[in-house]
Design a protein around this ligand. Structure first.
Ligand SMILES: [Zn+2]
Length: 446
């Protein structure tokens, strides 16, 4: 094999020896039987000389593989992979066009609370790809550092509404089925690719600076405002802090089913019916998921060990919204959570929590507290300026903790190693700096 497995939390996922630039996924899906027949066309560029290429694909049967640009390809299905072998060496830098026909009954990967990927609902489908669920429905290079553009073509019975990431460019109605075509032009990590299928109605939501909509069952429309009434304001607020919303539109899907947690996808968030009540515990999640469009989806970690760059930031955005919306200010939230965290076991490394603890709530809260400590150290003005330039400099790319620390030092003109080190690489909870004499709040941000 010439594949290069990435080190890190999921060494069985993804391959560094090539990049996929574009996925064209065509799925014909039957909701009742959960049967899919699919064709994936992948535009690939070799990063090194290749005799073989390893794609991630789980639980689906490949019926045909064609590769334009190289003859004599054989393929073999492994438990988690589809391995293609070339008749001659594919040179580094060479482009290939892979066409893969496959079919079967897609199912989530993993078990219990670790399930990810394709999931049947009572009457429809959701896809929750984080962290390694993408191979449950399409062959891919499943590492977050390989962002690509996508086209989706989904054919389902016309009684259902099908969504995917990006802009709806066509919906063609046949005798009994409808084909939905979506184009995702901004680069996207595999785990953020999604399909949502249900008996849904689209509700246009006015008041935001980009098209915003809710896609949900009719019977839930009257409850939508309970948690989401201020979401347009949130988007305007986050744009003021972090710069333009990075995608053409934002859609919230509310499933008929209850869900344990909301899910983020690029340009989209998915909430269960159980989240349609007011109160801070739900409203904070609305802010959290929306903020992932900047922190996670536009700026995506290169390696899962840096998960705090998504979850710490999204948690801090909850506190910023709390302050903006007239609820408790961010400093009060931060000190409450600091006190709670101080009472929990301190055996977690924020800068490298490990695959079992990467979604531990302490990562979220400690990450947000680090951002608050940074804000108190450099001052409000410098803090919001550096966040904004962090986003603009790295939009649609991949980021690391080292890049963030270097960015903060360059932007603030001071060494911040003594601030970052104990929060990121120590286990004990560092003290929060005291409040500056005249806090400006996010209102003072440009
Ligand atoms: Zn999150």
């Amino acid at each position: 094999m010439t594949s290069a497995r990435p080190a890190g939390y999921f060494p069985h996922s993804g391959d560094l020896s090539y990049d996929v630039d574009h996925y064209d996924l065509r799925l014909a899906y039957d909701v009742d039987s959960n049967q899919v027949r699919a064709r994936a066309v992948l535009h690939v560029v070799a990063n090194t000389d290749l005799r073989a290429l390893r794609l991630d694909l789980v639980g689906l049967r490949v019926t045909k593989v064609q590769v334009e640009g190289t003859p004599a390809v054989t393929y073999a299905a492994r438990r988690h992979h589809l391995v293609l072998r070339f008749g001659r060496t594919v040179k580094s830098g060479q482009h290939l066009r892979l066409t893969i026909m496959y079919q079967g009954r897609p199912a989530a990967i993993g078990s219990g609370s670790d399930e990810m990927g394709w999931e049947e609902l009572d009457d429809g489908v959701l896809v929750a790809g984080q962290t390694n669920g993408a191979p449950s429905w399409f062959p891919c290079n499943d590492r977050p550092s390989n962002k690509a553009r996508y086209r989706f073509e989904i054919t389902v019975a016309s009684t259902y509404h099908a969504l995917a990431n990006g802009v709806l460019t066509q919906s063609r109605r046949g005798a009994s089925t409808t084909t939905w075509v979506y184009e995702q032009s901004e680069p996207m990590a595999t785990y953020l690719a999604t399909v949502q299928i249900g008996r849904y109605t689209t509700l246009a939501v006015p008041g935001a600076s980009v098209p915003m909509s809710a896609v949900l069952p009719d019977r839930l429309i009257h409850r939508y405002g309970n948690a989401f009434s201020r979401q347009p304001e949130m988007l305007v607020f986050f744009e003021r802090l972090f710069g333009p919303y990075p995608f053409p539109a934002y859609t919230v899907v509310v499933t008929a089913d209850d869900l344990e947690i909301p899910l983020e996808a690029q340009g989209m968030s998915v909430f269960g019916a159980n989240f349609l009540t007011g109160g801070w515990d739900n409203v904070r999640l609305v802010a959290h998921e929306l903020s992932h469009q900047w922190f996670g989806n536009s700026l995506t970690l290169a390696d899962w060990s840096d998960i705090w760059l998504h979850e710490g930031f999204a948690c801090y955005c909850e506190w910023l919204w709390s302050e903006e919306s007239g609820a408790r200010c961010a400093d009060v939230r931060a000190r409450e959570h600091w006190a709670r965290l101080a009472g929990k076991s301190q055996d977690l490394l924020l800068g490298d929590p490990g695959p079992d603890d990467m979604f531990d709530d302490r990562v979220y809260k400690r990450g947000a507290l680090l951002l608050h400590a940074l804000r108190l150290t450099v001052g409000d003005e410098a803090f919001f300026v550096l966040l904004r330039s962090w986003v603009s400099t790295n939009a649609y790319g991949n980021v690391t903790t080292a890049m963030f620390v270097a960015h903060c030092e360059a932007a603030s003109g001071q060494s911040l190693q003594d601030l970052f080190r104990p929060w990121l690489t120590g286990r004990a909870l560092p003290a929060l700096p005291s409040v500056p004499a005249a806090p400006g709040g996010p209102h003072s941000a440009p």
